[in-house]
Design a protein around this ligand. Structure first.
Ligand SMILES: Nc1nc2c(ncn2[C@@H]2O[C@H](COP(=O)(O)OP(=O)(O)OP(=O)(O)O)[C@@H](O)[C@H]2O)c(=O)[nH]1
Ligand SMILES: [Mg+2]
Length: 444
């Protein structure tokens, strides 16, 4: 027998939720679903309906009236273990799904359709008369339109344009660190925003630049991989205080060669008036209405400081979602492990407090996280290039490292929603930016 994988199971659960919501049903209910093949379906038709053929879906309703699904209303059909009313059984023919997939879209859509169709039968819907048939179709269409959809958005642009800030603003959680220095983001970070049946997956990337050290090369690779073709939509972020540079223009025209729809956010509009922003929009205008090839789909002036048009940008990206379910669980906002988020938080604070003295920043390696301890015990190495930088990072009487630690601890506590004990050790590792063994060690 075909075993339901967690994903299909979760998909059915969500669809059932949408059906219940659409029909205004209340209470707890459960239904058994089997996914079987042609031969098994033929056998099922033979034994249960005395028909010798295979069909795409069969439903076996357990209830003869439909009302609120409570134990009181259905004392004989209530499953104590599941604390739910048993609605019946559905069998779906996966061979039929495969055959019908092309005709009706994708296999995923067809599987969803057959499940919804089967469930509606169980809930008393039928298609004997034309009238009943069109009523059932209407509910099916309504439910399928609410199916989970997602979109992968690559966020690209020059260093310091505000890419990570935009991702954080839309996700509503801090997934990517932000600093006034260019090249803050070193790795591709995934930020996830889910609302209702839609999910945006952001690939936040390091700003473009020319690689010099091993760390640079690593960053360059993660930019290239996100420019690679694995995104459905490209979001180019511009810094309006810098105007539209040649590099920006090249990036946009290069990206217009690919199939993915392209949006432009003209960011930091809180810092400049219309006089500065208008020329950028004017220069972008021809790219929005190109006679040949793809055009920019929309240009949106944004500000992460004031929140201007962040919701407009978010709606535009939500509208790009396509069928195919969620890529991540609905309650996740990043694919990064907690150790990575901790290291990035410490690195952000070090960048913030040391920006003048240690212009190239520091590396951070999380030694241990003990989540069983209260407060949670975390110990990290802060890695610098030279002995003189170590002194600066520690500061007078350890004042600097204490400041970094306190500020990072507050953010980590918010992230974990628990109290935290954070230890930081400053270590000198000469040339760490160029040494791949250390880079691997600190998680790059
Ligand atoms: N005033 C203003 N500042 C902004 C805005 N968006 C971002 N910033 C600031 O610009 C700086 C860079 O922001 P980031 O989000 O780190 O930029 P980024 O494009 O991710 O930079 P890299 O990761 O280095 O490529 C930070 O100091 C932000 O606080 C904005 O809309 N207005
Ligand atoms: Mg960034």
């Amino acid at each position: 027998m075909f075993k339901l994988t967690g994903d299909i199971q979760a998909g059915f659960n969500r669809l059932a939720g949408i059906v219940f919501y659409t029909l205004g049903l209340s209470g707890n209910a459960t239904v058994d679903v089997e996914v079987i093949d042609d031969e098994q379906m033929r056998e099922l038709n033979r034994t249960t309906r005395d028909v010798d053929k295979t069909t795409d879906v069969l439903s076996f309703p357990a209830l003869d009236k439909i009302t609120a699904f409570t134990k009181k209303n259905y004392p004989n059909d209530f499953d104590e273990m599941q604390n739910a009313v048993v609605l019946g059984d559905i069998a779906i023919n996966r061979d039929a799904v495969e055959r019908q997939a092309k005709e009706y879209g994708t296999g995923d859509r067809e599987m969803s359709y057959l499940f919804v169709h089967g469930l509606l039968h169980i809930l008393g819907y039928d298609h004997m008369t034309d009238d009943d048939k069109s009523k059932m179709r209407a509910v099916e269409e309504q439910v399928l339109a609410e199916r989970d959809k997602s979109v992968v958005v690559a966020v690209v642009g020059r260093p310091n344009a505000g890419k990570s800030s935009i991702v954080n603003a839309i996700v509503g959680e801090k997934v990517s660190i932000v600093s006034p220095k260019p090249q803050t983001t070193r790795d591709r970070i995934t930020g996830i925003c889910t609302e209702g049946s839609r999910q945006i997956v952001f690939l936040d990337t390091p700003g473009m630049f020319k690689p010099r050290t091993k760390l640079d090369e690593h960053m360059d690779k993660s930019i290239k991989s996100s420019l690679g073709g694995d995104a459905d939509v490209v979001l180019v972020v511009l810094d309006c205080t810098k105007g539209l540079t040649d590099a920006d223009e090249k990036l946009i025209t290069d990206r217009l060669k690919s199939r993915a729809p392209l949006y432009v956010a003209v960011n930091k509009t809180d810092l400049k008036g219309y006089d500065a922003i208008y020329p950028i929009l004017e220069k972008l205008n021809p790219l929005m209405t190109r006679a040949e090839g793809k055009s920019i789909k929309d240009v949106i002036p944004t500000s992460c400081r004031t929140g201007r048009n962040i919701d407009v940008l978010k709606s535009a990206l939500f509208a790009e979602c396509v069928d195919g379910g969620f890529l991540f669980p609905a309650d996740e906002y990043t694919d990064r492990p907690i150790k990575f988020l901790i290291a990035e938080t410490v690195r952000e604070k070090a960048l913030l407090f040391l920006q003048d003295e240690i212009p190239h920043g520091v590396g951070v390696s999380v030694r241990s996280v003990d989540e069983n301890a209260t407060p949670v015990r975390i110990s990290c190495d802060v890695i610098v290039d030279k002995q003189s930088h170590k002194q600066i990072a520690i500061g007078d009487k350890g004042e600097m490292i204490k400041r970094i630690g306190q500020s990072a601890r507050r953010d980590i506590e918010r992230m974990l929603d628990r109290s935290v004990y954070l230890e930081l050790f400053v270590k000198v590792r000469t040339g760490w930016r160029d040494r791949s063994d250390i880079l691997r060690d600190i998680g790059y």
